[in-house]
Design a protein. Structure first.
Length: 712
């Protein structure tokens, strides 16, 4: 069992390697490698997950684990590996299964793309990152896979950014938007990741370990809670609080929470399977999983009264309402869902901030299913609109609405009446939308969202409760608005008139996800809920409660309170009813009816409260100014003058040294050689008389001397 853990992330990685090196020319084989590897990883993940579901106490006592030494430093060895406890089992049930369905869906959605094999290679690499992240048994390895997901996000968001316009129907403007969106996502998330990395380094410095069971052990947590550091304006702050806030910034970036939320709506420029995979179901959920994994660090100081949890609750609740209002005034079908994702992740962080550990994990799981369904459903609609537009232009059909609006397959103002044209997509999308809106009793979203509201009500966090309740009303309203604009009424463009149902490879995953969007929530019906609770008995709460108790968290079954349930039902039905009154009761044109009614408020929502413009005028402008200052610092003030001065000094010194060597050494050596040659010549000239008798006399004298020497 422990050896199997390595295969789960390794198989998609091997598929990525084989596609890049060997099979990228063969579309069918490349897709088959990615889907096949993910299918095996899914089956292995479910096998391990169900082992945990059936034996939770045994798994918590002895988690599945594969440990290897990574590197040595001094007298210590850093061990790394993979492990599965109950929280990991929940993620193993969801992540590989959704990856598999989305990869199958991509077969139909990307069938005409010229870079089909490259797309599936990127998908395989992303699956490696996400699976490795949830299985990692230490924060360092988790951070490595965390960054791998960031790289894959950049590659997949900008997948259409480097295509030549003649290769595809995508225009140059969209190519530029995709390029800007991928860079924006990468840089924005790096802000949170950098702060998070500081927290990781401090945690290692203070505890000597980054393994979950060591760095977050009771002994380490006690020391972090008792030791403190001085922070200006805040005074003495426990190290546990400092570390928790630093790590939470990583989750803020990855899960697109305020103020780092701006990248996620722009990320919709990528292909729709990317939106479903990375920015709804899995990658953005990694931030919530990170806080679930490190939750004891937040909770250790006086059961959460350490400032960190209050910060998490504020960011989560504020983002939930803040993003929901922006979703009301968007016309792009995927951008509405993007703001919905930001808002729902805010729900999860708000739950963690008030200590609702199990409720946050439950909503994380349910949201992944119904939001993946909604994004894939939106992709099916976009796919149908593109084909309808092509068919209409081939046969010369037009429509009056297209005269005032340029064609955009994502624009809900050009849709309408698609329920009759694509019923499978419509029914499944409605199922996901009702789950998102929290339609009472029958949808998964109701049970998971109601659990968070019940926790906030019961624990006395009234501000969080009412903020989330209002956000629930707004969520139901924009969900109904989307359903009515897209599927009901009459077609408002020729593309909508000629749209057809998507292929089975796209609709079959929708049907499967629709089942989970409705029925998956039934495993979490609270035991105290009248009637239904006696049947299910809060299985999910009891199951993950074992994990919470092992982490030292106090988990208790909440008594049934009718007030939060009735408020939740009223918000869901009220929002859906209000959307029907505005958008479903009578046909609408190009202008949104709310635009005239709300005026400036609607424009603020539509322009996203001008946060992007604010960042452009402040953060981006400051970065550009700083780069100009750095350039001037380099070019005119310090560095270049210093380098030029060093160069001038080098030239002066070289000239002096060259003159010294030339005049004092080389010239004197040459002149000395000439003088010595002249001296020897003068001496030899004295014995060169030119008379033969003198030479014979010298020879005779030499012979005489030699004979005398020979005699002796």
């Amino acid at each position: 069992m422990n050896g199997v853990l390595f295969l789960i992330p390794a198989l998609p990685f091997l598929a990525f390697v084989f596609i890049v090196l060997f099979t990228h020319q063969n579309r069918r084989v490349s897709a088959g490698l990615t889907i096949g590897a993910t299918a095996i990883a899914w089956l292995l993940g479910w096998y391990i997950a169900f082992q945990a579901f059936l034996n939770p106490d045994e798994v918590m006592e002895a988690p599945f684990r594969l440990t290897l030494p990574w590197f040595a430093g001094g007298y210590t060895v850093f061990y790394t590996g993979f492990q599965v406890d109950l929280l990991t089992a929940v993620m193993l049930f969801m992540v590989p299964f959704l990856c598999f369905l989305i990869f199958v869906y991509s077969l139909g959605y990307m069938e005409k793309d010229p870079r089909f094999s490259r797309f599936f290679a990127y998908l395989a690499l992303f699956a490696t990152g996400m699976l490795g992240f949830i299985l990692a048994d230490n924060l360092l390895l988790a951070f490595v896979f965390w960054e791998l997901m960031g790289v894959c996000s950049y590659l997949l968001i900008g997948f259409w950014a480097f295509r030549r316009p003649e290769e595809t129907h995508i225009d140059t403007a969209q190519v530029q938007r995709a390029r800007a969106a991928s860079l924006k996502a990468f840089l924005t998330t790096r802000v949170g990741d950098t702060i998070m990395l500081v927290g990781i380094l401090l945690l290692y410095a203070l505890t000597g370990s980054l393994r979950w069971d060591e760095a977050l052990s009771p002994t380490s947590l006690k020391a972090l809670a008792e030791q403190s550091t001085y922070i200006p304006f805040l005074g003495e702050v426990p190290w546990a609080t400092v570390l928790a806030v630093l790590i939470f910034w990583g989750a803020i970036g990855k899960s697109a929470q305020f103020p780092l939320h701006v990248w996620l709506p722009d990320a919709m420029e990528g292909p729709t399977p990317v939106s479903a995979l990375i920015h709804a179901a899995t990658m953005v959920s990694a931030g919530v999983y990170l806080i679930l994994r490190t939750f004891p660090l937040f909770y250790v100081v006086e059961e959460g009264a350490n400032g960190a949890m209050g910060f998490v609750a504020f960011i989560g609740a504020f983002t939930a309402l803040f993003a929901a209002t922006m979703g009301v005034a968007q016309f792009d079908i995927k951008r509405v869902l993007a703001y919905s994702t930001i808002s729902q992740l805010g729900y999860m962080f708000a739950a963690l901030g008030i200590g609702a550990y199990v409720a946050a994990a439950f909503h994380l799981l349910m949201h992944a299913f119904f939001k993946a369904l909604l994004f894939l459903g939106a992709g099916s609609v976009i796919h149908a609109m593109e084909h309808g537009h092509e068919h209409a232009h081939e046969h010369g059909h037009g429509h009056r609405t297209e005269e005032s609006l340029p064609f955009n397959p994502n624009d809900m103002r050009l849709m309408g009446g698609l329920f009759r044209r694509m019923p499978r997509t419509a029914w499944t999308f409605v199922a996901g939308g009702l789950s998102l809106a929290g339609f009472p009793l029958i949808t998964a979203g109701f049970w998971s969202k109601d659990e968070i509201l019940a926790e906030a009500w019961y624990t006395g966090h009234s501000v969080v409760f009412w903020t989330l309740a209002i956000a629930a009303f707004v969520t139901a309203f924009y969900t109904g608005r989307q359903i009515f604009l897209v599927f009901f009424g009459e077609p408002r463009s020729a593309a909508a008139q000629h749209a057809t149902e998507s292929p089975t490879t796209m609709t079959l995953p929708l049907v499967i996800l629709a089942f989970f969007a409705v029925a998956a929530g039934w495993v979490g019906i609270p035991e105290a809920f009248p009637g239904l609770g006696a049947v299910v008995r809060g299985w999910f709460q009891r199951f993950l409660g074992v994990q919470a108790e092992a982490l030292g968290l106090h988990v208790e079954a909440l008594p049934f309170e009718p007030a939060p349930v009735l408020i939740s039902v009223a918000m869901a039905l009220g929002g859906l009813g209000a959307s029907w009154l505005v958008y479903g009761r009578r046909p609408i044109g190009v202008t949104d009816p709310l635009q005239g009614a709300l005026g400036g408020l609607w424009m603020a929502w539509h322009r996203k409260y001008w946060v992007d413009e604010l960042y452009q005028a402040t953060v981006v402008a400051f970065a550009r100014w700083l780069s100009q200052v750095a350039y001037r610092f380099d070019d005119a003030w310090v560095i270049d003058p210093l380098v030029d001065g060093v160069g001038r000094f080098g030239r002066w010194l070289g000239a002096r040294v060259r003159r010294f060597i030339d005049e004092q050494i080389i010239d004197r050596a040459v002149n000395g050689t000439a003088w010595l040659s002249n001296l020897v010549g003068e001496w030899f000239r004295q014995i060169q008389t030119g008379q033969v008798q003198n030479y014979l006399l010298a020879v005779l004298a030499a012979v005489t001397v030699l004979l005398v020497l020979g005699l002796f």
